[in-house]
Write a protein that binds this ligand. Structure first.
Ligand code: FAD
Length: 459
């Protein structure tokens, strides 16, 4: 590449990295600028990440197809792509298989590369382990697990959802051969014996997906969590959306709770459904989160989080129906409880619960969701960023601290390095930042920030 080429490295080829790469190439193409993009991720596929790598067709998107376009200016893009691929009419209210969505994102990037020229993208299948570089060009050299280095003018860390936390797991369980610490790692479920009962720890969306994958005649899949709450289900026919709702006039968490209760009662009366009360908060969630005091945010994380999650992140009706049938037949059982001890047994793991009961399972699967605290991350790159001061934890220890444009805020409070992030790592600052509608908007914003950089470098 000649001097007139702007080099962008994107670490992470999940949905966030792939949408960013696509958008950067599109923006550069429109500006007539040459960009050389390096996309770094050990995963074999592109666009799949944690959520869309599953090949189980029962694992569905939990957002209707009509809201999953990668391009906010073309809201029916995913619906049309899926319809063309499957040669059928796809409705915007459909909940498509997640594997199809990964293929859609990869196809979008392929298209952008084809337009820009084949040399525009280099895919490196390695793990990034550090951000190297002397002060002058700090943040522009990415160290890879092989020892190789990728050099770039701008770096985007699309690291996604952290691996599930292990803080809850009693001693003896973490090292057990039949403990699945991260069920979304390809092949992780191979260590679950074919016919023994299984214990899922966690009762959220991941547990629901895995219960369907693992349930079969002759086996009971037990799902346990401290609250025993299972996600609510999407309405079969969602209430027609009205004009964009005004932000709730509340100043604190107590006001927000009251507001939600009043709106839910209102929608129950007018629509026979509470869900619009939760959905209408979505455009305002970030402002609400940022407007709460630190004490109220702590209170929310401690007292409201679980309930908020089951109301906000809902099951597709088809998944809920399959789960109900499996619970009815006894193949799936959900209950409250927490593990206090675990030890090997002749046929797997013997587990003791806080209520004193014990049971044996062929395998225990961690469905507790992403580790919330960035300081507890096992990822060498994350550890390196914190240790060198290139990044600092976000508010409440959630993700990284970021500037308004997504630049990493260093330990000294400055955001000078050409290093950006998006999606889940911005949770502490934005809260609502993990799903596609937010990620695609951030990818656009990020491509615009990078365009300013390359227009400075490339006249
Ligand atoms: C099971 C599940 C289902 C979901 N379903 C939906 C849904 O239906 N609709 C929706 O809107 N959202 C859904 N989500 C939310 C989901 O988080 C986002 O939609 C989106 O997939 C996040 O993409 P991401 O690229 O930020 O993260 P990830 O999917 O986590 O991808 C991050 C990528 O970065 C790579 N990576 C991380 N660290 C490094 C490193 N150091 N070096 C190199 N590569 C690295 C990883 O290998 C991974 O491929 C779901 C999430 C999960 C977990």
């Amino acid at each position: 590449m000649g001097e007139q080429t702007f080099r962008v490295a994107v670490v992470g080829a999940g949905a966030a990295g792939t949408l960013t790469a696509t958008r950067v190439l599109e923006t550069a193409y429109e500006a007539g600028a040459r960009v050389a993009l390096t996309l770094v991720d050990p995963a074999p596929g592109t666009g799949r990440g944690v959520a869309y790598a599953t090949q189980d067709s029962r694992h569905l998107l939990n957002v209707p197809a009509g809201r999953m376009s990668g391009h906010p200016d073309r809201p029916d893009d995913f619906v049309r792509w899926l319809g063309a691929r499957e040669s059928r009419d796809v409705g915007p209210g459909e909940f498509a298989p997640r594997s199809a969505y990964g293929a859609y994102l990869a196809a979008g990037l392929d298209e952008a590369v084809a337009r820009h020229g084949a040399g525009a993208l280099r895919r490196v299948r390695e793990r990034a382990v550090r951000l190297a570089g002397a002060d002058g060009d700090a943040g522009r050299r990415i160290g890879l697990s092989s020892g190789a280095v990728v050099e770039a003018d701008a770096v985007v860390l699309a690291l996604g959802v952290a691996a599930p936390g292990l803080g809850w797991a009693p001693e003896g369980l973490r090292e057990h051969e039949h403990f699945v610490s991260d069920p979304w790692v390809p092949g992780a479920l191979d260590r679950v014996p074919a016919d023994a009962d299984v214990l899922l720890v966690g009762t959220g969306l991941t547990a629901c997906d895995l219960a369907l994958t693992l349930a079969r005649p002759g086996r009971t899949v037990h799902a346990v969590s401290r609250h025993g709450l299972v996600p609510c289900v999407h309405a079969e026919k969602p209430a027609a959306s009205g004009p964009l709702p005004a932000p709730p006039p509340v100043a604190d968490l107590a006001g927000l709770r009251r507001w939600l209760a009043v709106r839910a009662a209102h929608y129950r009366r007018t629509h026979g459904d509470w869900r619009p009360a939760v959905d209408e908060l979505r455009p305002h969630t970030t402002a609400l989160w940022q407007g709460l005091s630190a004490t109220d945010r702590d209170r929310f994380l401690r007292d409201d989080l679980r309930l908020w999650e089951v109301l906000r992140h809902r099951l597709p009706p088809r998944t809920a129906a399959a789960l109900d049938a499996a619970r009815h037949s006894g193949q799936v059982a959900v209950r409250t409880g927490s593990l206090v001890a675990a030890e090997p047994s002749s046929d797997g793991v013997r587990v003791r619960f806080a209520d004193g009961g014990t049971s044996c399972f062929g395998a225990v699967v961690n469905c507790t969701g992403a580790e919330a605290s960035v300081r507890r991350s096992q990822d060498p790159l994350v550890q390196d960023l914190l240790a060198t001061g290139a990044a600092r934890p976000g508010p409440h220890g959630l993700g990284f601290d970021t500037a308004a444009d997504g630049r990493l805020v260093a330990a000294d409070g400055g955001a000078r390095r050409p290093v950006w992030t998006l999606g889940s790592p911005r949770r502490g600052n934005l809260w609502e930042t993990t799903a596609i509608p937010e990620i695609r908007a951030q990818a656009i914003q990020l491509a615009e920030s990078l365009a300013k950089e390359f227009s400075r470098i490339i006249p």
